[in-house]
Design a protein around this ligand. Structure first.
Ligand code: ATP
Ligand code: SF4
Ligand code: MG
Length: 339
């Protein structure tokens, strides 16, 4: 069985402006990733590293300028008729800005019932009302009849995010790309939304691609899943979340982990120790460094790093793109055993 979604050497270049002011940004480069049914994958990385762009490639908002996006083994840009419809329903996105994602002039019922009627998921408005009421109860918006009559501005940010999740679930998707779905709600609401997503994954067997710059929430939602670390449009590490956090392989990911305060001393790992970077500046996508894109900041930098871009290769149960990852891990083992 082919994976539900597969990115194959996928890349995207954005061009803006014209003439002398024309700019080309390579927002994603050579991304290879397979997502299986029922999986949760967290995608982490600094602002501008291409997380949203990757999500938009998967849901077909952007077309790759290199490589392919496959749905059950078939290029999404060649799908037609019934197959295209199956993909469009099967892969949904929940956006960060819940207010912008809902039509302010329509009630929740009007907004959510339309796709159900259009795609014959329900036969009429009465059925839509019943179907949506059930979903709203599932996502904790009760009593549903009251919420269905409201307009988006009459809901709190957390309630709107729950609603977007219900809307995505309403067309019975196989994968939900959730782009920073909790970043605009307060901390107490975050945990409740994240556990709601985990429950929905169990109940409906939906896969989630959870995009965030917050490692804490990534660890929470994808506790038994995988984590993908991005840097300047490239995948630089992936592994099971537990392994990745217990033993980060890429120096950038190590630095990212060490920057997260860990309140519970039992969970503090050796990586709580700060990794001093050579520079704190994030390079510009318009003027990328040669070789390894992390080399101007990396404390392990060697001459080869500026010359050759490292390839993603298997290590420690996952994959890493670093020339010195094996050496760094071996050194760490030595230090641990006190040699
Ligand atoms: N439609 C577009 N046209 C031109 N450039 C774009 C477009 N969309 C994204 N970019 C650029 O691509 C790069 C990656 O953007 P993206 O939104 O994917 O980053 P991100 O990792 O989601 O960041 P954030 O954490 O801030 O949301 C950025 O430099 C951005 O300016
Ligand atoms: S390839 Fe070199 S510069 Fe890049 S992360 Fe590894 S050691 Fe650092
Ligand atoms: Mg983004």
């Amino acid at each position: 069985m082919p994976p539900l979604i597969e990115l194959k050497d996928a890349g995207i270049r954005f061009t803006s402006g014209a003439g002398r002011k024309k700019n080309t940004i390579q927002a994603l480069t050579g991304v290879n990733l397979a997502i299986d049914k029922g999986e949760i994958i967290a995608v982490v990385g600094e602002s501008g590293c291409g997380k949203t762009t990757m999500g938009k490639l998967i849901v077909g908002i952007h077309k790759p300028t290199e490589g392919q996006v496959l749905y059950k083994g078939r290029d999404i840009w060649t799908l037609k008729g019934k197959d295209y419809h199956e993909y469009r329903m099967g892969v949904q996105m929940v956006h960060q800005d819940s207010y912008a994602a809902l039509n302010p002039n329509k009630t929740i019922f009007q907004s959510l019932s339309l796709p159900l009627l259009q795609h014959n998921i329900v036969k009429n408005e009465a059925e839509a009302f019943e179907y949506l009421s059930g979903l709203l109860v599932d996502v904790g918006l009760t009593p549903p009849a009251i919420f269905l009559e409201k307009y988006p501005h009459q809901l709190s940010g957390g309630q709107r995010q729950r609603l977007l999740l219900a809307r995505a679930l309403s067309v019975r998707p196989e994968l939900i790309v959730a782009d920073e779905p909790v970043s605009m709600v307060d901390v107490s609401m975050r945990i409740s939304l994240l556990s709601l997503m985990a429950r929905m994954k169990e109940k409906y067997n939906v896969s989630f691609l959870y995009i965030t710059h917050d490692l804490g929430t990534a660890r929470y939602i994808a506790a038994s899943g995988r984590i993908v670390v991005m840097y300047l449009g490239r995948m630089i590490e992936w592994n099971s979340i537990q392994k990745a956090i217990d033993c980060p392989m890429h120096p950038y990911f190590h630095a990212l982990i060490s920057a997260v305060p860990e309140a519970d001393p039992k969970r503090r790992t050796e990586f709580a120790r700060q990794l001093p970077l050579r520079s704190l500046d994030l390079p510009n996508l318009l003027n990328l460094p040669s070789g390894c894109k992390f080399h101007p900041r990396c404390p392990y930098y060697e001459e080869i790093c500026a010359r050759e871009e490292p390839k993603l290769h298997p290590l420690n149960g996952g994959y890493v793109a670093c020339h010195r990852a094996e050496e760094i891990l071996a050194q760490r083992e030595k230090e641990k055993s006190g040699i």
